[in-house]
Design a binder for this molecule. Structure first.
Ligand code: LLP
Length: 391
């Protein structure tokens, strides 16, 4: 049971749709990650803010001692406001604008993950103007596919991300000549929602080759950042509310050749927050179509775009009905045919006013919401914030 009965009763008074965050599960997940990395020397986890930047969650993640992986100036500001240390912030992205780089420099963030030579030159210039030295890691495109949706693979040569392997030595040599740049190491990220450890093993093997190539050319690599990507169980969130972090970190421990003193950084987003969030919505109408039965809810693709964008399937639960199962399409109110959460699924007989939860929506849910159709953005609640039950 992902949401307990008491909270379901408290949902009654709340305006829908809204995101509900189970902070107890988030705290448990954070403790599990900390326990697992403590078994490995020099493993550091940065939470990928892009997955969910809700301040209520960010404060808990910062308090647990995690670093932050940011991809914009806005994310850096949000991370600093919610308690992340600048010395634990990494800043990635193919298109960093000057004000964003300056923000990173002013706050002395830990590292810029640099994705191109022109970007390196701009960072050097801006650091020079401030009399500072910017720490950088080079994001290398390892040309490795991942078993996930095409829209969320990032490590193939055809993707816009990173520096081509053939240019790696050249850019490092160049950086070593720039007075306002300090080279910390290499950065990689092959994609998201990856459940097959073989993909991470392939990345480890590629990194081993590249590090060996650099060692022979007498380049030091102090820090290796392998990005994020660990997936969650969307099909059975109740069985696997916490991803198998032990398996994940042990895969890196087994296949990546770290030398003494080398630090290994991770940028996990989905695996940290994915399972603690549900989108709660109310049934507006149950409509009998020509060939189908539709449940029309008050949440739409504006509140959770993943099904429309990546054909993602979130487990759907009717929180009120326990009646016989019937077949439905669950759809939102937006004027787009792709505004569909699920097709032909079995749910207990559903009525107007029932509350429906879309689970595993903690990552890339609320943060990707839009105001299309002039809709209000969804609100969010943790269990501590829900109104008390009226007796
Ligand atoms: N590091 C980098 C450089 C990234 O690009 C990403 C995600 C992460 C870390 C975190 O990846 P995670 O651990 O969350 O898999 N909106 C899509 C996912 C886009 C992921 C973008 N990059 C979705 O809803 O599935």
């Amino acid at each position: 049971m992902l949401i307990d009965q008491e909270n379901i009763l408290r949902f009654k008074e709340v305006h829908t749709p809204f995101y509900f965050y189970n902070t107890a599960l988030l705290k448990e997940t954070l403790q599990k990650i900390k326990k697992e990395i403590s078994a490995h020397k020099n493993y550091i986890v940065h939470y990928a803010i892009k997955a969910n930047a809700n301040p209520k969650l960010l404060r808990l993640i910062a308090q647990a001692g995690f670093g932050a992986d940011c991809v914009s100036g806005g994310e850096i500001e949000r991370a600093l406001d919610t308690g992340f240390l600048a010395s634990k912030i990494v800043f990635a992205g193919v298109g960093k604008s000057d004000w964003e780089i300056n923000l990173g420099l002013d706050n002395d963030i830990f590292c810029f993950n640099v994705e191109s030579e022109p970007e390196l030159e701009v960072i050097n210039e801006l650091a020079k103007a401030k009399g500072k030295i910017a720490s950088v890691a080079f994001r290398i495109n390892p040309n490795i596919g991942a078993h996930t949706h095409a829209n969320i693979t990032t490590g193939l040569a055809e993707n816009k991300f990173g520096i081509a392997m053939k240019d790696m030595e050249h850019i490092i040599q160049k950086a070593e000549q720039l007075c306002h740049i300090r080279v910390l190491g290499l950065h990689f990220h092959i994609g998201s929602q990856i459940l097959e450890m073989d993909d991470f093993i392939a990345l480890c093997q590629r990194i081993n080759q590249l590090i060996e190539q650099l060692r022979q050319a007498h380049h030091q690599v102090e820090h290796i950042n392998v990005g994020g990507g660990l997936g969650i169980d969307y099909e059975h969130p109740d069985k696997h509310p916490i991803p198998n972090f032990s398996f994940y970190f042990n895969t890196y421990a087994k296949y990546l050749n770290l030398s003494d003193g080398q630090q290994l950084h991770f940028e996990l987003g989905r695996a940290v927050v994915g399972q603690c969030g549900s989108l709660v919505t109310r049934v507006l109408y149950v409509k009998q179509g020509a060939t189908k039965q539709f449940i029309i809810v008050d949440a739409g693709m504006t509140d959770l775009i993943r099904p429309a964008l990546y054909q993602a399937q979130h487990q759907i639960e009717n929180l009120n009905s326990r009646e016989v199962l019937e077949k439905y399409d669950v759809v939102g109110p937006i004027c787009e045919s792709s505004d569909v959460f699920a097709k032909d699924i079995l749910l207990p007989k559903t009525h107007r006013g029932d509350l429906i939860a879309l689970h595993s929506a903690g990552a890339y849910g609320e943060i990707m919401a839009s105001q299309y159709n002039c809709r209000a953005l969804p609100q969010s609640y943790t269990s501590e914030e829900l109104p008390d039950i009226k007796s």
